[in-house]
Design a protein. Structure first.
Length: 264
């Protein structure tokens, strides 16, 4: 009766502490601990009970980080096909994947035409950072500007700027594909300024640095101020190879031609 009472008290304590995984593991561990051949020592029992809860807590934390990151694809750096971009240095990307750039709030700028793998590399760094337990968030430049615009209208400007300032790594994708209105350029400038020397940005763009004024309505002042903050502590990765989609299209076209040529 006393043993049963102690067991129920232990279950109650675990429930009060919200240690559901430990409570689930408790019966099996108690059975091991009471085996005639010695079973688990008290310290081993306690270690395994807490380990079950620690593992469950870590799994929940990683899932929460993944949801917050909002990464658009599951691709990691290991999935990147360097043979398709032979002028891209794998050692440089491996160094970035070590995440040392995040430790000192360095920015990474991926520059190149559409389809060369800029987004895949940025997202791959995002997955590496999430796996390392870092807060990451992905957004396109257009979505960031739209969210800031809505926040300004609804009186949530300061809250939204703090949101973008928070992650250790902020990924801003597709800068330059669409021109930004004046208020959009201002919002982007505010986000980058808030993160300056405090958090890393991984940014992808189809425009060379000299052409950034086009994104901001030929406002060279805003472009210069943005670049000053982004480039002060940064790694610039230029990718100028063939588009993955064009390579795939050519491969399919060649396969079709060969199939037609092989017909009797």
């Amino acid at each position: 009766m006393s043993a049963n009472s102690d067991y129920q008290k232990l279950r109650s304590h675990l429930a009060f502490l919200r240690m559901a995984a430990a409570a689930e593991a408790l019966p099996g561990l108690l059975e091991q601990a009471t085996k005639a051949d010695g079973g688990l020592s008290p310290s081993a029992f306690l270690e395994q009970l807490l380990s079950a809860e620690v593992a469950a807590t870590e799994q929940r934390r990683r899932a929460s980080l993944a949801r917050f990151a909002s990464l658009p694809s599951p691709f990691t750096i290991d999935d990147f096909d360097f043979s398709a971009q032979p002028r891209l240095d794998p050692k440089l990307i491996a160094e970035l994947a070590s995440l040392r750039f995040v430790e000192d709030a360095t920015n990474v700028l991926f520059i190149g035409p559409p389809g060369v793998g800029k987004t895949m590399l940025a997202v791959g760094l995002g997955h590496a950072a999430v796996a390392a337990g870092m807060r990451v968030h992905y957004t396109t430049a257009a979505d960031l500007v739209a969210r800031c615009h809505r926040a300004a209208i609804e009186g949530r400007w300061a809250t939204t700027i703090r949101f973008y300032a928070g992650p250790r790594l902020l990924i801003i994708d597709e800068l330059g594909y669409l021109p930004l209105p004046a208020e959009g350029a201002s919002a982007l400038f505010q986000v980058i300024s808030q993160r300056y020397l405090k958090g890393s940005i991984a940014l992808t763009t189809n425009l060379g640095i000299a052409s950034w004024g086009k994104v901001f309505g030929d406002d060279q002042t805003v472009a210069g101020a943005l670049l000053d903050r982004l480039l002060h502590r940064s790694v610039v990765v230029n990718i100028d190879g063939d588009s993955y989609r064009m390579r795939s299209h050519r491969a399919r076209a060649e396969a079709a031609r060969q199939a037609i040529g092989a017909r009797p």
